[in-house]
Design a protein around this ligand. Sequence first.
Ligand code: AHM
Ligand code: MG
Length: 353
Amino acid sequence: MTTTSSDKRLESWAPPPAEPSRVGITLETFILEGQLGFPAATGTFTSLLNQIGLAAKLVTAKVRRAGLARLLGYTGQTNVQGELVQKLDEEANETLLSVLGRRRHCAAVASEELDSIRITSTDRRAKYLVVFDPLDGSSNIDVNISIGTIFGVLRKHADGEGATEADFLRPGRELVAAGYILYGSSTMLVITTGHGGVHGFTYDPTVGEFFLSHENIRIPERASLYSINEGNSAYWGDDVRRWNAWLKEEDKATNRPYGARYVGSLVADAHRTLMKGGIFAYPADRKSKQGKLRLLYEANPFAFVFEAAGGKATTGTQRILDITPTELHQRVPLVLGSPRDVDIFESFARGDR
Ligand code: AHM
Ligand code: MG
């Protein structure tokens, strides 16, 4: 067949071929193919991320059987076999510790469940440090409401064996990967290395694999949804009260009033905010003077994810990822969300409104 000049014109108008979607590939394949865009990808980093995927599968198995296995409740109880029953958050902590220690890539971890850091490998080649909250949203465990695991990965600065607490006290912008696992109506793992986008994988329990289901997640510019523990309003400062009142005013032009959503599990509230847009806030108040959430295990990993998805994360006056921690379990006010909604919060915090 001959090509006419009008065919040629049409060819020149054809859109460039779209990047083939990778939806449906497994987490392992995704990591192996370096799709997360880690610039200095080595086998070590890949292997570490795969271990996090394995920990997610093991913890999800425990969470899904929690009621049956009598894992709910508190330590000190015994199960039908007469074994001491651990709290689910302790089980999750132990799982992460043992899985991360297995391949000698992770030198040490800091966990919300541990008073101090734990050395996981003294191998000089162990280049990474992992921070995690093994099971966040503990008040929701016993009532079958979504909970999650939050993690962040740092590269060890100093060469040599082991690590010290000082190795962990670095601003969140130095993370090389972060994400979370949401044990919701399905289990989802969301991960980013900051460069290659934010990607969500849904767990298929029938085959025991995470499959890419949400490729390149981008948070909406703004949305009319807010998430805060309104029961704390008596303790709030004036700026937070004025912002909260503004959200609830009626104004068609700015899509107000906003709708309220609050689960009380950070992973669930932040995940919904990432997917649907809007704002999540746990500000400092008279009762929690430094805020409630932890900088290393909760705020930094989420700030890293939100920024990589086009969102923002702030204390109200300072970018979360720029804070240099002074202690492991430091708390911080946390505001996460759509860029325009976070800008509005900051304008109230500055006193501009
Ligand atoms: P936890 O780490 O002890 O589970 O506490 C953190 C949780 C977050 O998941 C959630 O955002 C927040 O605490 C809810 O706090 P509150 O019950 O004060 O609203
Ligand atoms: Mg927590």
